[in-house]
Write a protein that binds this ligand. Sequence first.
Ligand code: PDD
Length: 277
Amino acid sequence: PIMMSQSKFIHRDSLNYPYEERGLQFGDGIYEVIRIYNGEYYLLKEHVDRLFRSAEAIKLILPFTKKKLISLLQTLIEKNKMTVDGKVYLQITRGSSPREHEFPVETPVNTYAYTQNLPRKHHLLENGVSTITQRDIRWENCYIKSLNLLPNVLAKQEAKEQGCYEAILHKNGLITECSSANVYLVKSNKIYTFPATKRILHGCVRMRVKKFTADLNIPFIEEGFNLEDIPAADELFLSSTTSEIMPIIQVDGKQIGDGKPGKISKQLQEAYEKDAK
Ligand code: PDD
């Protein structure tokens, strides 16, 4: 397998960073996960735009233009002769230099990207998933797609240990998002989700969900819902690059609606299906 490293293409095994690397030592970097369907990117421009916003937010100067990055990512797919469903993981850090908190001077950033096969989760998409709720203990700038994911990792692991797919996060009862996805509640044919402030990641799929609801004439209300709204919800679903539009059928052991994926969740899945083709 070929990966991209510093705008070059190398064999995956020849990537080798020094131990003093700011991504490793400080989580001082940003990333994107981009979906590939049948060897073609889905929402590539949206991901690249967000990467540039994240870079700006942490004062990271990127060594390429958006256009150049897009062409590098296209080459990556070609070099790997990728024709199936998959994803690209792209990471950029503030580079390798002796460990000091402040930014290093004139140190080039470290960039790498690689492809991975990733079949769609048909069974889960059709049947829905179970979730738990957890306190959102993250910092105030969750709109930055930064490498600092320890609270997310711990929340996801707790979900896994309880036999669940995701953790729904809340701040004082107000639902923000999941550990690695955005989350939505449906009540009386209206969709509620946390607004795109600094407190959540502005999901690329979330942007599409918003557009699908406009096309379908379903009110999309960017107002957070609360823990106590969940038992009375008609439907709940989450969205992300790797999970697409995923119905939630259980929260903390309690069934949502009739315990099956809801009508609006399915309509949005159909819209996604057409969009991603
Ligand atoms: N996660 N919120 C969080 C905290 C996320 O980590 C993600 C994506 C999303 C959804 O964003 P998008 O629709 O752009 O994928 C929301 C990726 C997939 C990950 O970290 O693996």
